[in-house]
Ligand binder design. Structure first.
Ligand code: SF4
Length: 260
């Protein structure tokens, strides 16, 4: 199926279904995905060997210049972003200068659009690193992935490139003291003979228990919306079902945002 890659450091602004008018920043290579997950639903396609593509990351200086130029041009045209979003072709926190780049973007945001929020979409695998955690705690929206509380599901759904201890991940997410947003993608289907479904009662009960522990400020609940590398074998979860899941989260006193 046709997946797509961002071909520049700065993209948009685009109207994001979850974030509003979003100016995107891609800290990853412009021609391939760079991620330590290989989610079966990833809109960027399958991951390449991350060791081989490290050299193609933009430098901190290049990101600064690209963002400075773009924000300055938007200011001149009277265009205003709601949010400056770190996303793009993979996992932004894998960039070795992620912390410094976040500091730069706060300076530039304050200079051009002080009301805009800064968001990072991350798979949360690097939050055990103090530099990544402290950078994430500086931004307005650190949006961290938790698709399941079960290691066996994460293994199929997200395909981490090395063993991921989900219990430790949940503890690390709880270590943000509520200053985080959890993002969870729900889907059903089949992949390499494995049935995939993170909406079963067993899955939801364990995931809700994890949320009770993490106490996030918000949970973003969504499903696939574009082509995936797996194609027709994966299917969306209906808007009605997502709303029912959200109602269970709200019962815990946690705000939700649902995109179907
Ligand atoms: S974490 Fe994000 S970028 Fe990485 S494989 Fe999953 S969906 Fe794609």
């Amino acid at each position: 199926m046709a997946t797509f890659l961002f071909d520049e450091i700065i993209f948009g602004p685009v109207k994001s279904r979850r974030l509003g008018v979003s100016l995107g920043i891609n800290l990853l290579p412009v021609n391939r995905k760079f991620c330590n997950f290989d989610c079966i639903y990833c809109e960027c396609g399958w991951s390449a060997d991350i060791e081989k593509v490290k050299s193609q990351l933009p430098t901190r200086g290049e990101v600064f210049t690209a963002l400075d130029n773009k924000l300055s041009a938007m200011k001149e045209k009277g265009e205003k972003p709601d949010v400056i979003t770190y996303a793009g072709n993979g996992e932004p926190t894998l960039h070795p200068e992620f912390h410094g780049i976040i500091d730069d973007s706060i300076v530039l945001r304050d200079k051009y659009f002080p009301a805009a929020r800064i968001a990072v979409l991350s798979n949360a695998t690097t939050i055990n690193r103090p530099d990544v955690k402290s950078a994430l705690l500086k931004v307005d929206m650190n949006i961290l992935k938790l698709d399941s509380a079960f290691e066996s599901t994460v293994k199929v759904h997200n395909q981490p490139n090395k063993h991921l201890d989900v219990r430790e991940l949940i503890n690390n997410l709880a270590g943000f003291g509520g200053n985080l947003i959890i993002q969870t993608l729900f889907l059903r289907g089949k992949y390499k003979e494995n049935l995939v479904d993170n909406t079963t009662e067993e899955e939801l009960s364990a995931w809700l228990k994890a949320l009770e522990k993490i106490k996030p400020a918000e949970v973003m609940i969504y499903t696939i919306s574009r082509d995936t590398p797996v194609g027709a074998e994966l299917s969306k979860v209906s808007a009605g079902e997502l709303a029912k899941i959200a109602a269970r989260v709200e019962k815990l006193g946690i705000k939700t945002q649902v995109s179907s």
